[in-house]
Design a protein around this ligand. Structure first.
Ligand SMILES: *Cc1c(COP(=O)(O)O)cnc(C)c1O
Length: 414
């Protein structure tokens, strides 16, 4: 039996979450609303909607009913009170940070980061936000980096590509003790492995382009507020947004400053595709995790493989933590190093079914040599600090038959 503290969401509630407010014409699925703007019967109603005295839509850059239905589904998944969607995961991360941070602030960030998030940290530094990178698998390192001007701790749950598992619960306790905003990028785990509220996250980020949409046919991002953080203590909230229930101050500022002013709005068409993918989230994630565990176990036994990184393996440095904090699944991503005598690119060329591509959490299995592609720009030193060997191959497992996958790797190694 798993010792997991994860409280799984209800698949049944998820499947019906978009119909809770109202349904149009009895439609079983939320329709695609493509109108850019919204009209009102009276001038007073238009004024009241603009001033937030009555709920409603004014212009689709700030939200639309198809996107709102997806936001309701994500709230259900994360047990959060509010969610704001963006056009990509990067738009969610950068929009949230620009909205909530100011020149002179300090933030603590895991050194094991998605490449473009790492690149954005460079932009933030240029704008006068000081970023301390720490090994987030070690809560001591996070504790020692905390200062009086620390505004935020940002971590990824399972890091890409070397699958380090951050000290998620311990960092949650530290942030609670010091009243610091705790932002967790849970793209690699999805709510099937982890409900981030259980480890103390204040804000939860998802790249909806990955597991949540799941079919590689739409980009999107989201930020959810779990309600654990007391925004009345956060000094960067503009007076205009210090109104009403403080629980909503943070997400309001993210929606106004991060989404409305910067304009990275999720298109209704993409919200609709992502919402359709979301309906099968549990089934897909369980299947890709099963494939990843089977392949990781098989690869680890092959003499031509030097090392396999997968949190589900007993050999993984944070295996026990992963068993404790996740729901008994370990994710659909693994990485491995080939023996030095094997040419990494030639090996990849011999794969017949597996697709050579970046991206992850697709229905199909994808492989990429990460040092020479997605982590190329950051240079050898930063790569070494993230545990990225020059020949490291990252695999994102899809929904193929497990034996077919193993056969493809067997013939490529032969
Ligand atoms: C892909 C990814 C992102 C960025 O998401 P996009 O939708 O591609 O912008 C952020 N964080 C993690 C962990 C990711 O895997």
């Amino acid at each position: 039996m798993s010792k997991s503290t994860a409280k799984p969401f209800s698949e049944s509630k998820l499947l019906h979450a978009d119909r809770r407010s109202n349904t149009e014409h009895g439609a079983v699925r939320k329709p695609l609303h493509v109108s850019a703007t919204y009209a009102y019967p009276t001038a007073q109603a238009l004024v009241d909607t603009f001033q937030g005295k009555q709920s409603g839509y004014v212009y689709s850059r700030q939200g639309n009913p198809t996107g709102a239905a997806l936001e309701a589904q994500i709230n259900m998944l994360e047990d959060s009170h509010s969610t704001c969607c963006f056009t990509t995961g990067m738009a969610a991360i950068s929009g949230m940070m620009i909205a909530l941070l100011r020149h002179g602030d300090h933030i603590i960030c895991s050194q094991f980061l998605f490449g473009n998030t790492n690149s954005f940290m460079g932009t933030l530094s240029q704008l006068g936000v000081e970023v301390s990178f720490v090994d987030a698998t070690d809560p001591q390192q996070v504790a020692s980096a905390i200062r009086s001007d620390t505004r935020m701790v940002f971590v990824e749950t399972i890091a890409n590509p070397a699958t380090q598992v951050a000290a998620l619960a311990e960092i949650g306790q530290l942030c609670a003790q010091h009243a610091i905003l705790y932002v967790v990028d849970s793209t690699m785990t999805t709510p099937v492995l982890l409900q981030s509220k259980n480890i103390g996250a204040s804000l939860v980020i998802h790249s909806l382009s990955k597991g949540i949409g799941g079919h590689g046919n739409a980009l999107g991002g989201s930020i959810s507020d779990t309600g654990l953080f007391d925004w009345s203590t956060y000094s960067n909230i503009y007076p205009a947004y210090q109104k009403g229930d403080p629980a909503k101050w943070g997400i309001t500022q993210i929606r106004k400053k991060g989404l409305r002013d910067m304009g990275a709005t999720l298109r209704a068409e993409d919200a609709h595709r992502i919402a359709t993918g979301l309906e099968t989230l549990s089934l897909r994630i369980k299947a890709t995790c099963d494939n990843a565990l089977a392949l990781a176990t098989w690869l680890e036994q092959q003499p031509q493989i030097k090392r396999v990184y997968y949190p589900g393996l007993a050999s993984h440095a944070q295996h026990e933590r992963a068993a404790e904090v996740f729901s008994g699944l370990y994710g659909g991503l693994l990485s491995f190093e080939l023996d030095d005598t094997i040419d990494c690119l030639a090996f990849l060329d011999r794969l017949q079914m597996v697709i050579l591509s970046s991206h992850l959490s697709d229905t199909r299995t994808l492989a990429i040599p990460v040092a020479r592609t997605i982590f190329w720009e950051m240079g050898p030193e930063r790569r070494a600090s993230m545990g990225i060997d020059d020949n490291l191959i990252r695999l994102s497992l899809g929904l193929e038959n497990t034996n077919d996958l193993i056969d493809d790797f067997r013939q490529a190694l032969a």
